[in-house]
Design a protein around this ligand. Sequence first.
Ligand SMILES: [Zn+2]
Length: 344
Amino acid sequence: MVFNVLKQDAELVSHLSRMPKIDSHAHLGRYYSGKPLYRLLESLNVKWLSVCWGGTRWQELKQQIDTARKIHADFPDRVTWATSFNLDNWENPDWENKTIETIGEGFESGAIGVKVWKDIGMCLKEPDGSYVMIDDPRFDHVFDFVEKREKTLIAHIGEPKSCWLPMDSIKVAGDREYYSMHPEEHCYGKSEIPSHSKLVKAMDRVLEKHPRLRVVRCHLASLESDIDKLAERFVRYPNFAVDLAARIGHLQVQDQQKVRNFLIQFQDRILYATDIDLDVANQTAREEKLRKARDIYISDLIYFATNREMKVPDGKTVIPGLSLPPKIIEKLFYKNALHWYQGI
Ligand SMILES: [Zn+2]
């Protein structure tokens, strides 16, 4: 993101920096980066919700959980966390008890939610080769447990629509770059993988089955390319919100008046988030990521709160910021997270 902070904006940027904010979806990863992260979050008045993920990579996930628990204990005013659970043992008859045990231990250590990730629906398989979907009845008791404990289910199910498109039809530069670097994750032409619409509908069925479960669907519920479809779901299912993690660039390539109206209409259902990920072993590289994080926070604030012109991620188009009213900025960056993540 390229933007111009004019001199007269300095005061505004300083005001926005001081305002309390929550980044409701970021990743500490496996390595301890407590103090440098704390200094950044202090300087911008941001609190992090660090989300653990990846049940089909249980050994890595366990390391993430240990790190999150430790950094939260060290800096509880700036870092909170969400747990997740093992899927390597899916075929084990004791899977449900073990899963509830892991989640319960997370809650005891301050976790405010539980993440389910895209490996459900796109990776994990039954012995007969069929994909395990998120509306599988085996998840029901686990979700009931999350609901009973008044925690939030955090659901990253599916991928952006781009994942199923041929490379030359992908509009968002970041997606083109990502799938050319990770061809194994690009689903175009891979008919065995469930379709985008099948994955979105499976998550819809979870909301139908668990109307009292509080849910935050990550990445604009994987409906970033069609916010009308997301709007329909907001009306149909009152107990879910979405986060903006790694999808602000997708909004910036759309009709900005339509995006602005959408954010105003659903001002209580959308949570600011970045998806910043510190999962690199090298400390210098992690600190470099934190320096870039500062720019991301400032440019996102300028996009939502001002009408300053900026280049969208395609590097060519210039758009004005959305200039949302201060009350909506407060909800987007702070108050909605307090509501959807009790105890944050
Ligand atoms: Zn993420």
